[in-house]
Design a protein around this ligand. Structure first.
Ligand SMILES: Nc1ncnc2c1ncn2[C@@H]1O[C@H](COP(=O)(O)OP(=O)(O)OP(=O)(O)O)[C@@H](O)[C@H]1O
Ligand SMILES: [Mg+2]
Length: 247
């Protein structure tokens, strides 16, 4: 099957810093792929390039069949991006936030009403549609951000630490929604700081100092590292990468 996301030596520099360093990724349609790595590893920068929000310094990427530099609009039409700090309007209600994003994407009429109702049902947010975003719990806020991201029916979802700071019960709800979306055929690329979440992905990429130092199914990564959890893989691999090289 043709990959739906593909990068070749994708690189981004900010002055002296190489935030993303020759990353090669290939993600199949329908996959849920998790990007993990310590703070500053380059996860957000990778996502932003894949969403055509930031140009690579070197290398290339194709998303849903389109080049992220040459065809930014075609890419943006086919993806949903939930940023690490997604822009919700705290003094607007759930419904008003959704209306705002629907306007932004030019979604009108019956299509809009049907889709909004469907999303509210799926996320079980119907009872809260009049509540101000500023008064929602952290978990509900993330669900609202997800709904806003899904309004234009993207084929691919990019989620940057979507469950950060969310309690375990709400995290489970959030994952139930992600599984529902996968069943509908959406491809998901997410970053996460929770390694039990990485365990739920089909494949995991471990980023460190801009490089993709491991990329495989969780089971294979655990076997290779001799660890019984993704946390073990993470700690061992990052430590080994940081260890001074043998003379
Ligand atoms: N706009 C920018 N200007 C300068 N440096 C940047 C910019 N954006 C990111 N960086 C740097 O690039 C590196 C990678 O940052 P990035 O935000 O991609 O990491 P991350 O893996 O998402 O980290 P976190 O887990 O903290 O979200 C960091 O050193 C960061 O300081
Ligand atoms: Mg980040």
């Amino acid at each position: 099957m043709e990959p739906i996301i593909e990068t070749h030596d994708l690189t981004r520099r900010f002055g002296e810093i190489t935030a993303v360093d020759h990353v090669n990724l290939s993600i199949a349609p329908g996959e849920i792929f998790g990007l993990v790595g310590p703070d500053g590893a380059g996860k957000t920068t990778t996502l932003r390039m894949l969403c055509s929000l930031l140009d690579p310094s070197e290398g290339s990427a194709r998303v849903a069949g389109h080049d992220v530099v040459r065809e930014p609009q075609a890419v943006k039409d086919r993806i949903g991006y939930m940023a690490q700090k997604f822009g919700l309007y705290m003094d607007l209600s759930v419904q008003e936030n959704m209306d705002f994003y629907a306007d932004l994407f030019g979604i009108v009429g019956k299509k809009r009403t049907t889709l909004a109702a469907q999303l509210l049902r799926m996320t079980r947010m119907e009872p809260f549609r009049e509540r101000l975003a500023g008064r929602l719990s952290g978990g509900m806020r993330q669900k609202l951000a997800l709904m806003c991201t899904l309004l234009h029916r993207p084929q691919i979802l990019f989620l940057d630490e979507p469950t950060n700071g969310v309690d375990p019960v709400s995290r489970r709800d959030f994952w139930a929604i992600l599984y529902q979306l996968l069943k509908e055929g959406i491809t998901i690329l997410m970053t996460t700081a929770y390694l039990d979440e990485a365990e739920r992905c089909n494949r995991v990429g471990l980023m460190h100092r801009g490089r993709l130092i491991r990329c495989d199914a969780p089971e294979i990564l655990k076997q290779a590292a001799g660890a019984n959890s993704m946390e073990g893989v993470f700690v061992k691999t990052v430590r080994a990468a940081d260890a001074p090289e043998a003379p």
